[in-house]
Design a protein around this ligand. Structure first.
Ligand SMILES: C[S@@+](CC[C@H](N)C(=O)[O-])C[C@H]1O[C@@H](n2cnc3c(N)ncnc32)[C@H](O)[C@@H]1O
Length: 240
C-alpha cells in the first residue's frame, strides 16, 4: 500500500471543535505535521512517545513535507493539520500536498471553519452570504470587486482579511476594507458589521459590533473574521 496522507481540519481554536474523524486520522498516523497553533489544539490526542511530530513554519514547510515523505515507509500514514476547515482558505498548501503525495493517496477530513463559527455568533446564514477569503498570497483585485458587487446587491458578507506583516502595503485588514468600500461608493456609515477575534478561544475571544465606517483606523488581530450583516429574516410562514 502506498504512503497515505490525511489532511485534516482541527477547528478554529479549541479541541471542542475537533471531530472524531480527525482524531482517528491522528491516531492512525506515525507522522503528524502542523503549525504550532494547530498542534496546540490536538496536543491531548497526539502521543509524542510513539509519533514523530513536526512543527512547521512558512519558511520550512516545503523541506519538512519532503523530508517526512521520503522517510515514510510504504503503508505509513501521515497527518497534516490545518486550522478550521481544510477546504476553506488553505488551497495554496493543500494543492502542494496533493502534488507531493498524489491525489489518490490523500484523504481530506473537513473541520469546522472560523467562518462557520462567526456565522453562528451573529446569526447570518452561510447560504445568504457572500463568503470570501483575502488570506491568500495570490492576487486579490478580482475578489475586491466581487466584494463591492455583493454588498451593492444587498448580500451579507463573511470574510477573512489579509494580514501581511512582512509587507504592510499588501495588508487588506478591516480598516483597509472600510476605506476601500467607501472609496468605491459604498455608504459604509449605514452598513452593520461584526469583527470576531480569537473565536472559540475562551476568554481571548472578542467581538466588535458597529458600522463599517467605525473600522477606519481601527486595529484588529490577524486572527479575525469580519461579517457585514445585511440579512433580512424570512421564515417559512412568508412562503406558505
Ligand atoms: C489561512 S486562513 C485559514 C482559515 C481556516 N481554514 C478556517 O476554515 O477557518 C487563517 C485565517 O483564518 C481566520 N481564523 C482562523 N481561526 C480563527 C479564529 N479562531 N478566530 C478568528 N479567526 C480565525 C483568521 O482570519 C486567520 O488569519
Amino acid at each position: 500500500m502506498p504512503k497515505k496522507l490525511f489532511v485534516i481540519g482541527v477547528g478554529p481554536g479549541s479541541p471542542r471543535y475537533l471531530t472524531d474523524a480527525a482524531k482517528d486520522a491522528i491516531n492512525k498516523s506515525r507522522y503528524v505535521i502542523g503549525y504550532k497553533y494547530t498542534l496546540i489544539i490536538i496536543e491531548s490526542v497526539i502521543d509524542r512517545s510513539k509519533q514523530q511530530i513536526s512543527e512547521i513554519t512558512m519558511e520550512n514547510q516545503e523541506m519538512v513535507y519532503n523530508d517526512v515523505y521520503n522517510k515514510m515507509a510504504d503503508s505509513d500514514y501521515c497527518t497534516v493539520t490545518f486550522t478550521g476547515d481544510v477546504n476553506f482558505s488553505e488551497s495554496e498548501v493543500v494543492d502542494r500536498l496533493l502534488e507531493i503525495f498524489g491525489d489518490d493517496n490523500v484523504e481530506i477530513i473537513p473541520g469546522i471553519s472560523s467562518i462557520q463559527i462567526a456565522a453562528a455568533r451573529c446569526k447570518v446564514p452561510l447560504d445568504k452570504a457572500h463568503v470570501a477569503t483575502f488570506h491568500i498570497s495570490g492576487d486579490i483585485e478580482g475578489a475586491k470587486l466581487e466584494l463591492v458587487n455583493a454588498i451593492v446587491s444587498g448580500k451579507s458578507v463573511i470574510l477573512l482579511p489579509r494580514p501581511w506583516p512582512r509587507d504592510p502595503k499588501k495588508n487588506f485588514m478591516q480598516s483597509d476594507i472600510a476605506i476601500f468600500l467607501r472609496k468605491n461608493g459604498v455608504d459604509t456609515s449605514s452598513l452593520k458589521v461584526y469583527v470576531f477575534e480569537h473565536l472559540t478561544q475562551g476568554d481571548k475571544e472578542t467581538v466588535f459590533k458597529g458600522k463599517v465606517s467605525n473600522l477606519e483606523g481601527k486595529y484588529f488581530d490577524p486572527f479575525s473574521v469580519m461579517v457585514i450583516d445585511q440579512i433580512k429574516r424570512r421564515t417559512y410562514l412568508q412562503f406558505a
